[in-house]
Ligand binder design. Structure first.
Ligand code: NAP
Length: 267
């Protein structure tokens, strides 16, 4: 098995990463930074975002596994004490019923950013946000090429289903099961009064629908794609839709999403 380890860079994650390499060597796994089959992220959910973006050009060929150094996360669903068990299951020496990992696939968010200076595209694992740098954002939101609303406020967040437990949750968005092929639009502090009006509720769009966010004044905007920040002064529009490719996670044991939600937010 060809593998790569992405760690968070703190001492604990580096130590665990070295521990993983030692265990992997015993099992005959091959370290391969160029074309790994499995990428192990050690740190937290934020580390998984970094691993995802580091291998953005090889997403269809990779399965990710996440180890958390603290509490269990959403992408990082193995605890640091379980490293040996993880390697044992990866080697196929686990329960004969589950010799092969189950691959779960989560939809991603595709972004086409149009600027006066040129166009760029991105893929997000968690979400995209558009925020004002100097003040209120003024943006027109179209859904499937029909004007939906004129937004004024701090910004707009468009999340993937697996990102719905992250920033989207803090904005009052719904938690969406990560296998549902959809994207969610949530407002960030919209202005709503007798003059300005937005829907005020999060909206979930299915696959094959798209939304366009048009900049409607000269404004400096901060665009975030997961943990990546991009400052833009000449934005024309951003198209958001469910991406063609999905991201794969290797599950060597069951850990249902709703259990993760309960553990993270209720227990
Ligand atoms: P960060 O500020 O260091 O971490 C943000 C927190 O979000 C961390 O606790 C991280 O968990 C958690 N997280 C990441 N993905 C998640 C997911 N899918 N479900 C639940 N929690 C998740 O920033 P970062 O590490 O660079 O991560 C960037 C992410 O931060 C963005 O994608 C955005 O979702 C999130 N964020 C959240 C808020 C908010 O909730 N108000 C504000 C800004 C950004 P770990 O501790 O396990 O890494």
């Amino acid at each position: 098995m060809r593998y790569y380890v992405q760690d968070r860079g703190d001492q604990l994650s580096i130590d665990l990463s070295q521990q993983f390499h030692a265990l992997a060597k015993e099992e005959g796994f091959k370290l391969d930074a160029e074309s790994p089959e499995i990428v192990i992220s050690i740190g937290g959910d934020g580390t998984m975002l970094q691993a995802f973006h580091n291998f953005i050009d090889r997403i269809p060929d990779i399965a990710f596994v996440g180890v958390h150094t603290g509490h269990l996360g959403f992408y990082a669903d193995w605890k640091k004490e379980e490293l040996r068990e993880l390697v044992r299951l990866m080697s196929g020496k686990g329960d004969p019923e589950r010799l092969k990992p189950r691959i779960v696939e989560y939809p991603l968010l595709e972004l086409e950013i149009r600027k006066k200076s040129g166009n760029t595209s991105y893929i997000a694992l968690n979400e995209f946000t558009l925020k004002g740098v100097d003040g209120t954002v003024v943006a027109q939101v179209d859904i499937n090429d029909v004007t939906f609303e004129m937004f004024r406020g701090d910004g707009i967040c468009v999340s993937t289903p697996s990102g719905s437990t992250a920033y989207n949750k803090a904005l009052g968005g719904a938690m969406v099961h990560p296998t549902i092929e959809a994207i969610q639009i949530a407002e960030i502090a919209s202005i709503n009064n007798r003059v300005y009006r937005t829907l005020g509720s999060p909206v979930i769009l299915p696959k094959h629908h798209h939304c366009d966010i048009f900049s409607r004044k000269d404004q400096r905007l901060l665009l975030t794609i997961d943990h990546v920040n991009v400052m833009v002064e000449d934005l024309i529009s951003v198209r958001c839709q469910v991406a063609r490719h999905k991201v794969s996670f290797a599950r060597f044991r069951p850990y249902p999403f709703w259990n993760r939600v309960r553990t993270a937010f209720l227990d």
